[in-house]
Design a protein around this ligand. Structure first.
Ligand code: FE2
Ligand code: FE2
Length: 287
């Protein structure tokens, strides 16, 4: 597919690098309780990517070698994001309950289950439905990349900042795959455009709102995107979606985040301030 080199993607693919991170420094820098809640939300969403893949890898998608190769790698990279975030939480004194995965999985909403069934079924009816999945994926990856970019900027924990930077880069590569697939499948194909327009308009919601809980989503929105300047970064990231056919109206990530943040503020007041980054002690002069 023009515009995306799947071979190159597969060569670069792999678990986010963590073996060179200074975990003692991470523990020393620590996390605020509000950071810990944000990280738990992100880790839960990442660790449950396999559930989303179950819906994506259906029907005609399974016959496309680029899609199956991408999804095989994608799900592993996302799982590793979840594991890396869980490790940050653990070393900073926020370990996960043993049955956490089960608790979160059983928390999937009825709406999510219904969407999964409909989406899975539609994927068998027509290959044109792949455009819906690819657009959906592109939107979610764009949002994930910006969320890590924001956390990198806001956290006072330097190890977490490095990790966020690396994960954001992988999220942007994921975005690129989905986006190029979506574009190629929608251009000149009115059925694919109609299906995508209808599905996004009718069903799309912010990622993680089901698995990781609506309250947590509102909490994350209020803390990572507290003002217009931060929302503008999101809007810029989702601009390519508006360049796709029939999606020039789409500001879903930005507007959804703005609404969730407002909802949280209305119930709880202003979000907690982020701690300032640590001031490094001046190096002793060499004698
Ligand atoms: Fe991820
Ligand atoms: Fe991703």
């Amino acid at each position: 597919m023009a515009g995306f080199d799947i071979k190159r993607f597969l060569e670069l693919a792999g678990a986010v690098k963590t073996d060179d991170l200074d975990w003692d420094a991470c523990a020393k820098a620590g996390l605020t309780p509000h950071e810990a809640r944000i990280l738990r939300y992100m880790a839960d969403t990442e660790s449950h990517t396999i559930l989303y893949m179950r819906d994506l890898l259906a029907g005609h998608s399974t016959r496309d070698p680029a899609i199956t190769a991408f999804l095989s790698v994608w799900v592993y990279e996302e799982l590793c994001h979840g594991r890396a975030l869980s490790k940050v939480l653990e070393v900073c004194g926020y370990p996960e309950a043993e049955d956490h995965y089960t608790q979160v999985t059983t928390g999937s909403s009825m709406r999510e289950l219904m969407e999964a069934v409909l989406s899975h079924g539609a994927a068998y009816l027509t290959p044109k439905f792949i455009a819906v999945h690819m657009t959906w994926g592109a939107i979610n990856e764009a949002a994930a990349a910006v969320a890590y970019q924001r956390l990198e900027k806001l956290t006072a924990n330097p190890v977490l900042a490095t990790l966020c930077n690396r994960m954001a880069r992988q999220e942007r590569r994921h975005f690129s795959f989905y986006y190029h697939q979506a574009k190629a499948r929608m251009e000149g194909d009115r059925v694919a455009q109609f299906l995508t327009y209808t599905a996004i308009k009718r069903f799309w919601t912010l990622v993680g709102s089901g698995v990781a809980g609506d309250d947590n989503l509102a909490f994350v929105a209020a803390h990572l995107f507290p003002d217009e300047a931060s929302l503008a970064i999101l809007d810029k990231a989702e601009k390519p979606i508006r360049d796709l056919p029939r999606l020039d109206w789409f500001h879903g990530v930005t507007e959804g985040t703005r609404a969730k943040a407002a909802e949280w503020r209305a119930a709880n007041g202003e979000p907690a301030a982020w701690p300032a980054p640590p001031v490094l002690e001046p190096q002793a002069a060499a004698s």
